[in-house]
Design a protein around this ligand. Structure first.
Ligand SMILES: [Zn+2]
Ligand SMILES: [Zn+2]
Length: 372
């Protein structure tokens, strides 16, 4: 049965999102209909609006959804109607990466997340018979209802029943990425130094995770003093302004070198600048999006001789369900206070929320879509 939904439609660069009525397709066997309670807003949504990602427009974006299951397809066993759920990225489930529980590196990531339709090309969202791009990150959560999939929907454990869904909404993207980079991809060791470049959502999640891992010192570097202040409150032992000689200050602070450096900026100068500061066996983790034309120049004998590793990281090597539940548990214990990053906006104020994010006024805007 077709579901009527109210969705925020992205029209393209320089244009406001418009709230309109759309129709959601019948559920397939592995699909889940979720009534959205809240959705975080992320830079990737803006990257589609600004055409840095080729998802066709108009589109219903949004990929940090939280809500309540309304209906499930015939093959779904992981959740049932009435369950409180979070949504994250989607994956195929049958490629060499998915086979080893590394779905962030799914060989078929694009068709399952960015194509604007199901992987088989069929539309999940229409408006008066015309196709609107949907299935964004397997969800398109800027809407009253979303079609998601068994592979990207996570049931919130009963132990977290007292945590509001709207707070948990943004866990499945940038927070998971930053925390996973530290706890999984780089597997940061206690007592070892880490520097984190750029402390927006991803970098601040990395700061909190570095504290959980017991890294020391935890050095945060950013252009904005207000973000550095927040990084300090969340666990950074040292903060350094990127406006000065950040690399020189780090070299003084950790003369033996950095066991870990985590770059969220994607800026070539930053990545190449920190590489000589990496200690033997150290890891430089990269998560920032650089320009497609950017190549890195790194000294080979330093890379080889130091046994250093430079690694690209997607989604913090999250395996979705298990890792999100781990993060919820950290939050419940007060060790992952990511709610400090959030400001809530009514769904109708989506354009103001985007503006507040782009101006740097708000780290993580979350839209309130319906009451829990
Ligand atoms: Zn995102
Ligand atoms: Zn896959």
């Amino acid at each position: 049965m077709t579901t009527q939904a109210r969705a925020a439609i992205c029209q393209g660069p320089g244009k406001d999102f418009t709230l309109e009525h759309v129709q959601l397709d019948d559920l397939r066997g592995d699909e889940i209909l979720v009534r959205m309670v809240a959705s975080g807003i992320c830079h990737t949504d803006m990257a589609v609006r600004d055409r840095q990602l080729p998802t066709p427009l108009p589109a219903v974006l949004g990929h940090e959804g939280a809500g309540i299951v309304e209906a499930v397809g015939s093959n779904v066993t992981s959740v049932a109607a009435g369950d409180r759920v979070l949504m994250s990225f989607n994956s195929c489930g049958h490629c060499p990466s998915c086979d080893v529980s590394a779905p962030t590196y799914c060989y078929n990531f694009f068709p399952h997340n960015f194509a604007g339709a199901r992987a088989d090309g069929s539309a999940t969202i229409t408006q008066g018979g015309e196709t609107v791009s949907g299935n964004f990150f397997g969800q398109s959560s800027f809407a009253s209802h979303a079609i998601a999939h068994q592979r990207n929907v996570v049931k919130i454990p009963d132990s977290a029943s007292d945590i509001p869904l709207e707070r948990l909404a943004p866990i499945g993207c940038g927070l998971m990425t930053g925390a996973g980079a530290v706890l999984r991809s780089m597997d940061v060791r206690a007592g070892m130094p880490i520097a984190i470049f750029g402390v927006g959502t991803v970098g601040l999640a990395a700061v909190m995770a570095a504290k959980i891992a017991g890294a020391n010192p935890i050095i945060a570097v950013d252009m904005h003093d207000s973000r550095l202040d927040l990084a300090k409150e969340l666990g950074a032992t040292h903060t350094i302004s990127a406006r000065g000689d950040a690399m020189g200050q780090i070299a003084q602070l950790v003369p033996q070198g950095l066991a870990y450096a985590f770059d969220t900026t994607g800026v070539k100068k930053v990545i190449e600048g920190v590489f000589p500061l990496i200690a033997p066996k150290g890891i430089l983790g990269l998560v920032g999006a650089s320009a497609p034309t950017d190549d890195l120049v790194l000294n080979e004998s330093s890379l080889m001789g130091g046994g250093k590793r430079v690694i690209g990281i997607l989604g913090g090597d999250s395996d979705v369900g298990a890792f999100l539940c781990e993060l919820i548990a950290y939050h419940a214990r007060g060790e992952f206070p990511f709610d400090r990053l959030i400001r809530y906006f009514p769904f109708e104020k989506i354009n103001e929320a985007i503006e507040a994010s782009e101006s740097g006024e708000v780290v993580k805007p979350v839209l309130r879509i319906s009451a829990e």
